[in-house]
Design a protein around this ligand. Sequence first.
Ligand SMILES: CC(C)(COP(=O)(O)OP(=O)(O)OC[C@H]1O[C@@H](n2cnc3c(N)ncnc32)[C@H](O)[C@@H]1OP(=O)(O)O)[C@@H](O)C(=O)NCCC(=O)NCCS
Length: 376
Amino acid sequence: MGFSAGAIHALESMAETIRHSPQLLEAFNDFHEKTAHQGNWHFDWTPLPFDPLIQEQLGEDTSLFYLLVYLSALPHTLQVYRQRGIPMETFAETMADIRFHVELYAQRHHRWGFEHFPWIARHLSGRLFSLGRLQFMLLPFPGRVTALRHRFDHRYILLADPRQPLRADGYAAGAGNANIPISPEEVWYPAWEEDSRGWKGHPVSPQGYVLKRSVHFSREEWEIALQHGDWVLDVHIPQGKNLTIEDSQRSLERAFKFFPTHFPDHPFQGVYCHTWMFTPQLRHLLPPESRILQFQREFSLYPHPGNEGFLLEFVFGSRERPDENAPRDTSLRRAVLDWLARGGELFDLPGIYLYPPEAWGKQAHWKDWETFALEQ
Ligand SMILES: CC(C)(COP(=O)(O)OP(=O)(O)OC[C@H]1O[C@@H](n2cnc3c(N)ncnc32)[C@H](O)[C@@H]1OP(=O)(O)O)[C@@H](O)C(=O)NCCC(=O)NCCS
């Protein structure tokens, strides 16, 4: 795993403590059985619940106990890789991210411990893979928008989820600052009709807001390309060097080969991503050539009742509103602080990318959107 000597020493001491305590050993074996054998991992994005009895014994070293149990699943993870024929280089590349998070904890807290359990549960259960700059895992598409593909020229259009209440500007009701109420009169629902001739719905702009008017799309010309529950590649952006279009494209090329080879039972229909980097207000805060905005522009965003917490967590390290002492050392941090001070709102959105890797960097869906706008 390439852990540093300090991390190995901390884990070895914990292993020794467990070995000498029948109660801890029993808890260790139970938790190992539950995770590694039964696959009952804590995937929710909430802190892993610690057993109070273990906490009582181990105090602030408790997280090392759980880290050790999680790592004890590695032989099972290896087995998943072998069964799927996944090369050992991908194993090393993927698990390096666990090392990164172990070291990150030590940097932040000045002691050994761990907190990103839901995250590494994805690596250890053999679901998430690092493939170059980006990480990917298969996921049933969680969104409720429907993507239509033109049968002849293969362009796409997204149609809104009829169950998602929207504000006047076409973004989700509840997006942004929850303390600013929106009037019930302002809220509207996009219509959705499906019959033997086709679909009638409200198109979603690539920036993630829904158009007020509905449009009919005939089955003769259009077909469904993606809908709720279809397999998608969920993409994650680990901390690291700058996020260039070239590096992301290379990752995407790898993913488009990797998953059909090793998971042929799960053909995917597109790429999905939900990140703070899809906060639509960022285009007012960063220059167009910013790598975050370049990445955002590759995806078709769609409504979601997000809030500022996602961005604040990754830009300032906490979901709470930053105070006057917040660091202003990057252009993004300065722009966010000034935007919030002016009363600006921020909210994250999910997005999808429906094209092959060759189209990456070309913002293909913006061209599709222009074609659609010209036809109207
Ligand atoms: C993804 C990432 C590499 C993008 O950074 P980048 O390639 O520098 O992106 P940009 O070119 O758009 O950056 C524009 C500015 O914002 C700053 N910036 C970018 N991400 C930042 C962050 N998370 N916190 C503070 N400032 C940030 C850059 O330093 C740059 O500032 P500068 O003009 O003063 O030099 C970076 O945000 C990162 O490492 N994030 C951690 C992982 C993450 O957030 N993943 C997504 C999880 S959902």
